[in-house]
Write a protein that binds this ligand. Sequence first.
Ligand SMILES: [Zn+2]
Length: 314
Amino acid sequence: MKYIIALLFLVAGLNSYAQEIETENLKKHVYFLANDKMKGRGTGSKQNLKAAKYIERKFKSYKLKPLGEKGYFQEFDAKVRKVKVQDSIRLARNVIGFLDNQASKTIIIGAHYDHIGEGKQGSSLADNSYGMIHNGADDNASGIAGLLELARVYSENKIKEPVNFLFIAFGAEELGLVGSRYFVNHPTYDLKHIHWMLNMDMIGRLNKESGVSIIGFGTSPAFETIFKGINPEQFVKYYTGYEGRGGSDQTSFYEKDIPVLFFHTGGHPDYHRPTDDADKVDYQSLKGILNLERAIIDGSFDIEVMPFRNTDKK
Ligand SMILES: [Zn+2]
């Protein structure tokens, strides 16, 4: 009997472990992706491919269904702008995994995994940074760590949510949202079933006074209803903005009339510089942001998320 009780506790313990965001996992992902060995994950580099394969391995271990065109990968060409030599067209890829709950609607969770490499792509803000590794821990190993933990929690929680989840790690964001634009124009999943899209880009440097920025609040009237169900006392501080467009991959979905929310902890002196390192990420707050995201996601299950017709489309 004692053994059975001990076993029950063990099983309950394992279950609750699977349902929680773990800072140790977040750290592991960020330290792997933002290690010097990854050379800044510039598009077209072998380290960029290595990052894609890391995400692919995780998706596989969470038993997500591959929903790219070559397994989990969706390949496309991206123009890499070069500082001292000619521009070149290089192969890039999105990594796409599907959590199938046999529901009629699907939430997309996205983040980009590429960064600006060794300062040869022209987007470095540091002086004399040519050849220096830009680790991109906040931008955007933090968002990928978040994406992987959400994928793990939702696939291991033994709960069949009334929505499916499409997890997309975008390539070539730093070259102008190339991966997300490619996806919305060559979708591997029918976009008419998309409930809404959540994007994370730079969520590792929370300023506790101002809070995490969530823009896209105005892209559906439903977000007001969903946010009413959130008790701000229980989560990290946040503020909302109405615009759907702005600097990262959610823009591509917004332009297709898909409601979006974009999480971002804001700029800092290490932004697009070689000093954006893993030890500067606030993992505890990162976990807090992900728990806020989970509350918003879970609060949206039974609400119809209709887009506001956007009038400023390209
Ligand atoms: Zn970014």
